[in-house]
Write a protein that binds this ligand. Structure first.
Ligand code: BMA
Length: 372
C-alpha cells in the first residue's frame, strides 16, 4: 500500500515533471526558476505590466524611483517592459529617448524588487537603415548568404552584449523575457506578414536564438508575440517551434472607445481562447504581451473591461504600453479620471502587482520561495 506521504511525493514529482524547462538548456538557475514560477503563478492570477514604467511618465522623465503606476497605486507593476530599438545603431538612447545605461539600471531595480523584466526590440532595417516601420521585404537579405547578413550579425552581437551586461552587483545575470520581431501577423514592420514568408521569419528566429546562445546569452526566456490573428493556424503559421519558444502571446489595442468596446472584448477573448488552447498543447506560458486604451478615455476601463475580459484565462501577464504624454499614455497618472478605477483593479485578488510578485521570490527555486 502507498502511504499518504509517498502519494504526496508522487504528486510533487508529477507536478515538477509537467513543468516545462526553458528552451535554452544552458540558461542560468534564476532564469529557470523564473520560468517555473511563471508557470505556477498562473494559478494565483495575472501579473500587471507597464512599458518604460521607471523611465518616464506623464510630465516627468528620469526621476529615480518614480513611476506613474506606483504614484497611483502605491505599487510598481509586477512586469516592466523595455525596448532596445536603436541600440543596433550605436546610439546611447533608445527610440523613445531612454538611455541604455538607464535601462540597465531600471532592469536591476525591478529585479531587486522581485519584479519581472521584458525586452522588445524595434530594430531598424539592417538592409537599408530605415526604421522598424519600413515595409521593404528584408529578411532574405539578412539571413546567411544575404548581402546584409554581416550587418545584422553585428547588431545581434550588440544585443547579446547588452543582455549579458544585465547583472546584479554580485555579478548574477538578471533574467529577462526577450520579445523580438513582434506583431509579425501584421504588416507594418519589415519582418511582417506581407514583408516575409513564414520560412524566412522562422529562419530569422532560429538564427537569432542560436546566435545569441553562441554569444553566451543564457539569461533569456523567449517570447513569440504576434499582432491580432484570425485563427490558431494564423497564429502558428510563423511559430519557430517548441524548442525555440518559452512564452506565447499577442498584442492588441482597444481603439475607438466606447463604440468598439464590445468588439474589443469579443475579439480579444476569441484570441485568448485560441492562445490558451495552443498554450496547453505546446506547454507554453501565455501572455497578453501588449494592450491598452490610449489616454484611458473609459473611466472604468480596468474593472469593467480589462478584468472581466482576462480573468477566466490562465494568463501570465498583461502589459500596457508607455506613458509618453497626456495624449499618448496607457496607465493613469495622479489626478487622472481613471486613477480610482486603476487603484481598485490593483487590489483585486487575481491581479498581481509588485507586492504579490515579490512574495513569490520568482528567481529562487520553488523550495526557497515563500508559499501562501
Ligand atoms: C509605439 C508608440 C511610439 C513608440 C513605439 C516604440 O506604440 O508608443 O511612440 O516609439 O511604440 O516604443
Amino acid at each position: 500500500m502507498f502511504s499518504r506521504l509517498s502519494l504526496y511525493f508522487f504528486f510533487i514529482g508529477l507536478t515538477a515533471y509537467c513543468q516545462s524547462m526553458p528552451v535554452d538548456s544552458l540558461c542560468t538557475p534564476e532564469t529557470r526558476n523564473l520560468y517555473t514560477h511563471l508557470q505556477q503563478l498562473v494559478q494565483k492570477g495575472i501579473l500587471f505590466g507597464h512599458q518604460d514604467d521607471l523611465a518616464y511618465g506623464v510630465g516627468w522623465r528620469g526621476v529615480a524611483g518614480r513611476s506613474d503606476v506606483q504614484s497611483v497605486t502605491g505599487q510598481y507593476p509586477a512586469v516592466m517592459g523595455w525596448d532596445l530599438g536603436h541600440i543596433e545603431t550605436g546610439k546611447t538612447e533608445n527610440l523613445d529617448s531612454v538611455p541604455f545605461q538607464k535601462i540597465r539600471e531600471y532592469i536591476r531595480f525591478a529585479y531587486k524588487k522581485g519584479c519581472i523584466n521584458t525586452v522588445s526590440w524595434h530594430l531598424n532595417n539592417p538592409y537599408n537603415g530605415k526604421s522598424s516601420w519600413d515595409e521593404t521585404p528584408t529578411i532574405k537579405y539578412i539571413l546567411p548568404g544575404g548581402e546584409s547578413h554581416a550587418t545584422f550579425k553585428s547588431w545581434l552581437v550588440i544585443v547579446a552584449d547588452f543582455l549579458k551586461s544585465l547583472k546584479t552587483e554580485n555579478g548574477t545575470p538578471i533574467p529577462v523575457i526577450f520579445r523580438p520581431y513582434h506583431e509579425h501577423t501584421g504588416s507594418w514592420f519589415w519582418w511582417g506578414k506581407k514583408e516575409s514568408t513564414p520560412e524566412e521569419y522562422i529562419t530569422l528566429w532560429r538564427f537569432t536564438e542560436r546566435f545569441l546562445q553562441e554569444q553566451g546569452v543564457h539569461n533569456v526566456l523567449y517570447a513569440y508575440s504576434s499582432a491580432e490573428f484570425s485563427s490558431k493556424e494564423d497564429f502558428l503559421e510563423r511559430y519557430p517551434g517548441d524548442t525555440y519558444i518559452d512564452i506565447i502571446g499577442f498584442d492588441t489595442y482597444h481603439r475607438d472607445a466606447p463604440k468598439e468596446n464590445a468588439n474589443f472584448v469579443a475579439n480579444t477573448r476569441r484570441m485568448l481562447t485560441d492562445l490558451t488552447e495552443i498554450g496547453k498543447i505546446h506547454n507554453k506560458v501565455c501572455a497578453l504581451t501588449e494592450t491598452g486604451l490610449e489616454s484611458l478615455t473609459e473611466k472604468n476601463w480596468w474593472t469593467a473591461i480589462v478584468y472581466p475580459m482576462v480573468k477566466d484565462y490562465p494568463l501570465s501577464y498583461v502589459l500596457v504600453w508607455r506613458n509618453a504624454n497626456t495624449k499618448h499614455h496607457y496607465a493613469p497618472y495622479p489626478g487622472h479620471a481613471n486613477a480610482t478605477d486603476f487603484q481598485t483593479f490593483s487590489k483585486m485578488p487575481k491581479v498581481l502587482f509588485e507586492k504579490k510578485v515579490a512574495q513569490e521570490q520568482v528567481y529562487k527555486s520553488g523550495t526557497g520561495a515563500k508559499r501562501k
